[in-house]
Structures are given as structure tokens and as C-alpha cells.
Design a protein around this ligand. Structure first.
Ligand SMILES: Cc1cc2nc3c(=O)[nH]c(=O)nc-3n(C[C@H](O)[C@H](O)[C@H](O)COP(=O)(O)OP(=O)(O)OC[C@H]3O[C@@H](n4cnc5c(N)ncnc54)[C@H](O)[C@@H]3O)c2cc1C
Ligand SMILES: *[C@@H]1O[C@H](CO)[C@@H](O)[C@H](O)[C@H]1NC(C)=O
Ligand SMILES: *[C@@H]1O[C@H](CO)[C@@H](O)[C@H](O)[C@H]1NC(C)=O
Ligand SMILES: *[C@@H]1O[C@H](CO)[C@@H](O)[C@H](O)[C@H]1NC(C)=O
Ligand SMILES: *[C@@H]1O[C@H](CO)[C@@H](O)[C@H](O)[C@H]1NC(C)=O
Ligand SMILES: *[C@@H]1O[C@H](CO)[C@@H](O)[C@H](O)[C@H]1NC(C)=O
Ligand SMILES: *[C@@H]1O[C@H](CO)[C@@H](O)[C@H](O)[C@H]1NC(C)=O
Ligand SMILES: *[C@@H]1O[C@H](CO)[C@@H](O)[C@H](O)[C@H]1NC(C)=O
Ligand SMILES: *[C@@H]1O[C@H](CO)[C@@H](O)[C@H](O)[C@H]1NC(C)=O
Length: 517
């Protein structure tokens, strides 16, 4: 209701007063209201170019070299307002107005010598948000001027929803972290307490994990260094490779503090603003308000059994490995495994089995891999999530700084893992992706498979509760791709998505990942 009226409100204003953007005086007033932390933005690589937004510009070689260095680094992108993890969200894809470096070789000078630099989809102004007051002032300004705004934390959104607009609220400096052994939800019962970590909306995964570890607890989060756990991750659903046992991010959040779009600071939990709390648990980032912080249930520190298996893929050895994954995943799910798997590799973790049990459980995959060229397998005991994360994830996480289009589907437990025909269809589909389009399936065993869900408590698609896998896949677009190439790459992603929809018509998708609509 709230959202609807706001959307109508800004639509109304944008048709009526589109010719009247905010005056300099209005901007100056906003700047003062937010402690001077209103900034203008230029594209990340602007310093490399001699023509920026249609104007001659003097390149800065020092600055340009720094941008090249960090171009495909999640930390560098996290720290720069203008950077998004998928740089097509810095561009206007239909007009090809962009300001990109060659992600295959960021020092390729053709990128800035043969092209001009354009603002693209990067909001030209942003507020470096540090407090609830900054958000309240920004929303007041939006109401007065009718401009469009967006919210950006880390810029991981696969659909670019943290980009665009005339003004952006950059929340990455909402970076508080605190631990409470006996956290009480506001307005809750006295004796109801939890071991919990409260996380500012801008804190990246790597800081969350390190902080939890310092406090001898485990907090769930994404499989990448710089996703904002209390930002888009939890609001979209939030899967972890520990989710099979401990649930999704939305299952673990105990309380949100946010400023709703009507400009009111609110607390949402099981005891107050319950409907809003439900909506925030899966309704998606930038939908109900600007979240300031979220409190998550923590688990004790746990040791993990890790299986890391890989080999060199050839034309004829991925089909059988995929068959092994399909044959074993249901059993692995029941045993508590979660992980990321592909046609020639897997990294899976398990907090429940002993090392011996874990070793026996993954034996079919180990044996197969070791029989292939470049075959490697490690099954080991690791003392904590933090130790696992730092050892395995930085080198395995999905790449950033590359224009990437994703497609995905949640793969239901029935019939694919219980019927022979279903298993065959699934293996064939994945092999067809590889043979038709040279696209690799990216399998995530991260659904809340064993988790005891409280029916109706979250707003994520119920397909999560009935699935074993999420299969994703992607196409990378080169920095200077033509419009025609981009269209056909989107079409490939749509075509594969259609195959997966046919295979599992009653299922759904993690809505952060899908092709264009
Ligand atoms: C390399 C990579 C790996 C990933 N791995 C995983 C994974 O393992 N598990 C998983 O579940 N997902 C994963 N994702 C998806 C990721 O969780 C989503 O893209 C998520 O929305 C990112 O949230 P963010 O706030 O970090 O990103 P942003 O792009 O900054 O924001 C995402 C959305 O949330 C909104 N938003 C951000 N902050 C706030 C706020 N404070 N209040 C209100 N709205 C806000 C934005 O406006 C936008 O709509 C991955 C994505 C990438 C690119
Ligand atoms: C060039 O960039 C560097 C690094 O950001 C900065 O220190 C320097 O002041 C810039 N030089 C000019 C002339 O703007
Ligand atoms: C779910 O509940 C059952 C019955 O209480 C319990 O045995 C099981 O361990 C629970 N599962 C998880 C993953 O907590
Ligand atoms: C950390 O937590 C583990 C698991 O709960 C416990 O066994 C251990 O004693 C704790 N260590 C410290 C230093 O608190
Ligand atoms: C698989 O390919 C390799 C070369 O990549 C070849 O040596 C081998 O004979 C092939 N095996 C089968 C079963 O086709
Ligand atoms: C997978 O399971 C099927 C049916 O249960 C069986 O026929 C096949 O040999 C198995 N394949 C592998 C590679 O384990
Ligand atoms: C794991 O299994 C392999 C056989 O696959 C065996 O050689 C090895 O000793 C086992 N290791 C452990 C720790 O059980
Ligand atoms: C894109 O850039 C690469 C390297 O900079 C160049 O070799 C290629 O010809 C360019 N492609 C197009 C379509 O301009
Ligand atoms: C997508 O599928 C359609 C229908 O099968 C086909 O005509 C088209 O060529 C495919 N597109 C690509 C890029 O492969």
C-alpha cells in the first residue's frame, strides 16, 4: 500500500514536473542537511579517458593505473561508489553509453583510446549515508522534488537495482557490528534471548565472518567477499552453503531497523510491524524502505568437513561427473552437505559428519576425479567457518568486473532426485548447455533442505522449501560488445532458462538471478 502510493506519487510528479529538476539551492540545502556528504559521481574509469560525458577531459595516469589494478577485485569495487560488480549496470545497455575497461586485460589502452566515457546508468549524485537522519533527510528531499532515487550497498545486484536514478543512497558506511550473547528482540518476551550479531546494512561478508569468528560464533552469509549481508542479501532470501541445515538468511534474521519510504524510523520483528517483518524476509532489496541494520541468529563456532575436488574438463569427462553429482546429491543433502559444484569441480562442506563418514560419502566423486587428467581431491577437517572461508572462497568466488548475465532455476527434490527418468533429464539438460552453448552449469546445494521451517514465516518463494539445488549459469559480455552480440547473449540465457522452466515448471527462481524480461 505504502509502496504503491509512493510509486504513483513519483510517477505523477515525473510526468507533471519532469521539466523542473531540483534547483542548485535545493541540492545545497540537502547537502547541508546530510553533513556535506552529498557528492557528484563520475564513472569508475573516467580518469583514463580524454572525453568524459561529451566534454574534453585530462586523463590522470596515476588514478587510471589504480583503477586498472582493482578492476576485477571485489574489495576495490566495493569501495568505489561508481563501481558495480557487474559493470553493465554502470552503462546504458541500449545506447551503448559506457565507460568500461577491458576486463580480460584492464591495461588494454584500446578501451580508452578508441572510446569515449559516458555516465551510463550511474546515478550522478549520491549521499554517503552514515545515519538514520541522512536517510530521513534524503527521503524528505525525494518527496519535495519528485526525483527518482536508488539504494546501493555493495553493487552485487544481478539486475542492477542498486544503479540508476537521479540520487543514490550509498549505505556502505553503515558499518556497525555488535555481538550479544543474550539479544532480546524489542518488545519481545523477557526470557526470549538469542546469541546474535547485529550488522550494519553496509558491512561486507568478509567483515561479518571475521567479526563472528572473533566472538567465537558462526553467522551465515554469501559465498563472496563483499556482499552486504544486512542489505540486499537477506532481503532477497540469502543462501549460504550452511543453509541446508541452518536455513536461509531470511530464516535467521531476528530484527530489522529501517526507515520506511514514508519517512518513519521503524523496528520490525516478530513483535512489532510483523507484516513488514514478513515482507522484508524475502521481498527484495529497495522494496519497503532503507534498512539500517539487521540482527541475525548466531550459531556456535563449528568445525567443518570440507571436500574439494577438481579435474581438467575434456570433451567427454563432464557428463559422467554431472551424473555422479545428480546420483549422489539427494543422499548428500540428507547427510547435511552444502556446496558449489560444476561439471569438473566441487567444494562442499558438512558440519554433521565425522571426517571418516565425510570421506566415504564423497568417495564416488573423489574416485572419478582422480581418474581424470589433472585430478585432485582433498577431504579435510577445518576448525571454523572463518578458516574455511579464507582458505577456499576468495579464489573460488564468482568473478566481478565482467559484464555478466545470469540465469537460474531452483531444482525441486521431486522428481529429479527420486526418479531415474528425472535424473537423466537433469543430466542431459546440463550436458546440452555445455554442448550447445559452451555454458557451464553452476550448481549450488544451498537450499534449506533439512531446515525445520516455520510455515508462513518468510516471503521468499515457497519453491526454496521444496528444492535441493539452485542451478545458475552465465554469459559474459566483452567490454566493447556490439548491441547485436549483447542481444544474442541475452537470448542464449533466456533459451537455457526456458529449458530449465520446462524441466521444472512448478518451481521458481532466486529472483536476484534471471535474464531480462
Ligand atoms: C559474485 C556474487 C556472488 C553472490 N553469491 C551469493 C550467495 O552466495 N548467496 C546469495 O544468497 N546471493 C549471492 N549473490 C546475490 C546477492 O546476494 C544479491 O545480489 C544481493 O541482492 C546483493 O545485495 P547487496 O546489498 O550486497 O548489493 P546491492 O547491489 O548494493 O543491492 C542489492 C539490492 O538491495 C537493495 N539494497 C541494498 N542495501 C539496502 C538497504 N540498506 N536497504 C534497502 N535496500 C537495500 C539495492 O537497492 C538493490 O535493490 C551473489 C552475487 C554476486 C554478484
Ligand atoms: C591524480 O590521481 C591521484 C591519485 O588519485 C591524485 O593523488 C592526484 O591528485 C591526481 N592528479 C591530478 C592532477 O588531479
Ligand atoms: C528438525 O526437527 C527434527 C525433529 O525435532 C530434529 O530431529 C532435526 O534435527 C531438526 N533438523 C534440523 C536441521 O535442525
Ligand atoms: C568457542 O565455542 C566453542 C563451541 O561452542 C566452545 O567449545 C569453546 O569453548 C569456545 N571458546 C571460547 C574461547 O570461548
Ligand atoms: C575421451 O577423450 C580423451 C582425449 O580427450 C581420449 O583419450 C579418450 O579415449 C576419450 N574417451 C572416451 C570414452 O571417449
Ligand atoms: C547413476 O545412477 C543410475 C541409476 O541409479 C545408474 O544407472 C548409473 O550407473 C549411475 N551413474 C553414475 C556415474 O554413478
Ligand atoms: C579416505 O578415503 C580414501 C579412499 O577413498 C582412503 O584411502 C583414505 O585413507 C580415507 N581417509 C580418511 C581420513 O578416512
Ligand atoms: C573489442 O576490443 C578488442 C580488444 O581491445 C578488440 O580486439 C576488438 O576488435 C574489439 N571489438 C569490437 C567489436 O570493437
Ligand atoms: C533461442 O531459441 C530459439 C528457439 O529455439 C532459436 O530460434 C534461437 O536461435 C535461439 N537463440 C540463440 C542465440 O541460440
Amino acid at each position: 500500500m505504502l509502496l504503491l502510493s509512493l510509486a504513483v506519487h513519483s510517477l505523477f510528479l515525473s510526468t507533471v514536473s519532469a521539466s523542473r529538476p531540483p534547483t542548485d539551492k535545493q541540492w545545497a540545502k540537502l547537502s547541508k542537511a546530510v553533513g556535506g556528504r552529498l557528492y557528484t559521481s563520475l564513472p569508475l574509469a573516467a580518469s583514463c579517458f580524454s572525453k568524459v560525458n561529451g566534454q574534453l577531459s585530462t586523463p590522470n595516469a596515476t588514478e587510471c593505473a589504480l583503477v586498472q589494478q582493482g578492476y576485477t577485485q571485489p574489495d576495490s569495487r566495493f569501495n568505489d561508489y561508481s563501481a558495480h560488480m557487474m559493470p553493465q549496470w554502470e552503462t546504458c545497455q541500449t545506447t551503448l553509453q559506457r565507460c568500461l575497461l577491458n576486463s580480460d586485460n584492464p591495461s588494454d589502452s584500446a578501451a580508452w583510446e578508441d572510446h569515449e566515457c559516458w555516465q551510463g546508468a550511474i546515478a550522478p549524485r549520491y549521499i554517503d549515508v552514515r545515519s538514520a537522519n541522512d536517510v530521513l533527510q534524503a527521503l524528505k528531499f525525494v518527496k519535495e522534488t519528485g526525483i527518482r532515487f536508488s539504494i546501493k550497498a555493495s553493487g552485487h545486484d544481478y539486475k542492477g537495482r542498486s544503479s540508476f536514478g537521479s540520487l543514490s543512497l550509498w549505505t556502505k558506511n553503515l558499518n556497525s557490528l555488535s555481538y550479544a550473547a543474550a539479544f532480546e528482540p524489542e518488545g519481545g518476551k523477557r526470557d526470549e534471548t538469542y546469541s546474535a550479531v547485529t550488522i550494519g546494512a553496509g558491512v561486507p561478508t568478509e567483515d561479518i565472518y571475521a567479526f563472528a569468528d572473533q566472538n567465537n560464533v558462526t553467522v551465515l552469509g554469501g559465498y563472496a567477499s563483499t556482499i552486504a549481508g544486512a542489505g540486499g542479501w537477506v532481503q532477497a532470501g540469502g543462501h549460504s552453503i550452511l543453509s541446508p541445515i541452518y536455513g536461509l538468511g531470511v530464516d535467521r534474521v531476528l530484527q530489522f531497523k529501517l526507515v520506511t519510504f514514508d519517512g518513519v524510523l521503524r523496528t520490525a520483528n516478530r513483535y512489532q510491524n510483523q507484516k513488514l517483518f514478513w515482507a522484508l524476509r524475502g521481498g527484495g532489496g529497495s522494496t519497503f524502505g532503507v534498512v539500517l541494520e539487521a540482527t541475525f541468529l548466531a550459531e556456535p563456532r563449528m568445525s567443518l568437513r570440507v571436500a574439494s575436488i577438481s579435474f581438467t574438463p575434456t570433451a567427454n569427462n563432464t557428463h559422467d561427473f554431472l551424473q555422479i553429482l545428480v546420483n549422489n546429491s539427494y543422499k548428500w543433502g540428507q547427510e547435511g552437505w552444502g556446496g558449489h559444484m560444476g561439471p569438473a569441480s566441487l567444494i562442499n562442506v558438512n558440519p554433521l559428519l565425522t571426517l571418516e563418514q565425510a570421506n566415504a560419502s564423497v568417495h564416488p566423486a573423489v574416485e572419478y576425479a582422480l581418474g581424470q587428467p589433472g585430478g585432485k581431491a582433498v577431504v579435510e577437517d577445518i576448525p571454523s567457518w572463518q578458516a574455511f572461508f579464507t582458505k577456499y572462497v576468495p579464489s573460488a568466488q564468482a568473478s566481478v568486473g565482467v559484464q555478466t548475465i545470469l540465469g537460474s532455476r531452483l531444482i525441486p527434490i521431486h522428481p529429479f532426485f527420486t526418479e531415474n527418468t528425472g535424473k537423466k533429464a537433469l543430466v542431459n539438460l546440463m550436458s546440452k548447455m555445455i554442448s550447445t552453448y559452451a555454458v557451464n552449469p553452476y550448481i549450488i546445494q544451498g537450499t534449506p533442505f533439512l531446515y525445520n521451517y516455520t510455515e508462513g514465516s518468510t516471503s521468499v518463494t515457497p519453491a526454496w522449501r521444496k528444492s535441493l539445488w539452485q542451478i545458475g549459469f552465465h554469459e559474459n559480455m566483452v567490454y566493447n560488445a556490439t548491441l547485436q552480440t549483447m542481444y544474442s547473449q541475452y537470448e542464449i540465457v533466456n533459451n537455457i532458462t526456458a529449458w530449465m522452466r520446462e524441466l521444472a515448471p512448478e518451481s521458481g527462481a532466486y529472483f536476484v538471478l534471471s535474464a531480462y524480461m
